[in-house]
Design a protein around this ligand. Structure first.
Ligand code: DSN
Length: 419
């Protein structure tokens, strides 16, 4: 795929597009929420469906001209049902946050109560942070991880639910490295008459492949995004029982959104089709094995992993015990200079600010797509530690950059012969 037309007509944008392509090829993408979708997904995502308006749902649109939009959306829905085993699926949310908004709008009135995990303990903005609509429209209380173990404190969460009687309990996280006991969340919700929303944005692919436990069939609602571990077109998804199907569909459209982004839904359909192929199971297993190898190696070098390890695609490092004077932001910037892209992250018991926190978060979905195995991830861990030990040393960053170049050459991003 080239940008030949853009280059001829709009060189300024072409420069940026080519720059981003080179950046992704030449660096190690370790932002845990990122991945590299296939060229097939990208081709579908850039189709003429970007021109189409299709308010409504397949078979019931408000505009004409939706014959092929219906085909694409129904394919995405059917494939999603097969992947996750859900009764009802809405593939229209523009993002994971919009998926959460869809469920809140469907089930809550302004001022109703949400109980969710604190952002600094691994939650998400759309679970009720004051800077987000969810925190502004609803009355939000938070539960936490156990500061000693880094695992969800399920008993404290249950007690908090008993105390505040929420209308919705949100589970599912953006910086939590462990498997989740969805049944305990559902039991806590059932005990107080709340709905349970499981946000699997990060783990959609791991859940679909069966390498992470599934909330589908347990939680009242499952939300997620579609471009992270599931590696399909960009956007969000909601799953629920038939009982709540109409409420959810009306909340997404016309409640929260206008016309669906059918070109992205085409990318979702293609990516879901790829995830139904047998190779996806191997991919998801490798993502988890790679994160385990990365984490073990970082720990061998003396870095402290929140919860002591990982069951998922990500590791969260608390720099304070090993490097008390080094912040996550310093490490993020130094690593980016060396060609390794991850993010500074708050950690449980955070003592700094969200802008300059004490941790780093690193994920393996994108490296695994490039073909990295456990040995390559251990090499990456060695490189990360070299920079963490000396973030201000330009010679170290230069040496690591050379090693990153070797790795990106060894594992090229896109194979031009890809069918
Ligand atoms: N920005 C994503 C993440 O990094 O977790 C989720 O919104």
């Amino acid at each position: 795929m080239g940008y030949d037309r853009v280059r001829r007509r709009d060189p300024a944008v072409a420069d940026a597009l080519d720059g981003e392509r080179a950046r992704q090829n030449d660096t190690l993408a370790m932002i845990a929420s990122e991945n590299h979708v296939s060229q097939t997904v990208m081709e579908a995502q850039s189709s003429e469906l970007t021109n189409n308006y299709a308010e409504g749902y397949p078979g019931g649109r408000y505009y004409g001209g939706c014959e092929y939009a219906d085909d694409v959306e129904q394919l995405a829905i059917d494939r999603a049902k097969e992947l996750w085993g859900a009764d009802h699926v809405n593939v229209q949310p523009h993002s994971g946050s919009q998926a959460n908004m869809g469920v809140y709008l469907a089930m809550l009135e302004p001022g109703d109560k949400i109980l969710s995990l604190d952002l600094t303990h691994g939650g998400h903005l759309s679970h009720g942070h004051p800077a987000n609509f969810a925190g502004q429209v609803y009355d939000v209380s938070q539960y936490h991880v156990d500061p000693d173990t880094g695992y969800i404190d399920y008993e404290a969460m249950r007690e908090k639910a008993e105390e505040i009687k929420p209308d919705i309990i949100v589970s599912g996280f953006s910086a939590y490295p462990r498997d989740v006991d969805w049944e305990r969340f559902q039991a806590a919700a059932d005990a107080v008459g709340a709905y349970h929303v499981a946000d699997i944005a990060h783990t959609t692919g791991l859940v679909a492949a069966g390498v992470h436990s599934s909330p589908v069939g347990i939680a009242d609602f499952v939300t997620g995004s579609t471009h992270k571990t599931i590696r399909s077109g960009r956007g969000g998804i909601i799953m629920c029982d038939e009982e709540h199907a109409d409420d959810v569909d009306s909340a997404v459209f016309p409640g929260a959104q206008g016309g669906p982004l059918l070109h992205n839904i085409a990318g979702k359909a293609v990516g879901f089709g790829e995830a139904l192929e047998p190779g996806f199971q191997d991919y998801a297993e490798q993502v988890v094995a790679n994160a385990a190898a990365l984490g073990e190696r970082l720990a061998e070098h003396g870095l402290e992993l929140v919860s002591g390890g990982t069951d998922t695609h990500l590791v969260l490092v608390d720099l304070r015990p090993s490097h008390p004077d080094t912040t996550g932001k310093e490490v993020e910037e130094a690593l980016e200079d060396a060609g390794i892209v991850l993010n500074a992250n708050t950690v449980p018991g955070e003592s700094r600010s969200a802008f300059n926190p004490s941790g780093i978060r690193a994920g393996t979905p994108a490296l695994t797509t490039r073909g990295f195995d456990e040995a390559a991830c251990r090499e990456v861990a060695d490189l990360i530690v070299e920079v963490v030990d000396d973030p201000d040393d330009g010679a170290v960053r230069h040496r690591v950059r050379d090693r990153v170049d070797e790795l990106t050459d060894r594992y090229p991003l896109y194979d031009e012969s890809e069918p």
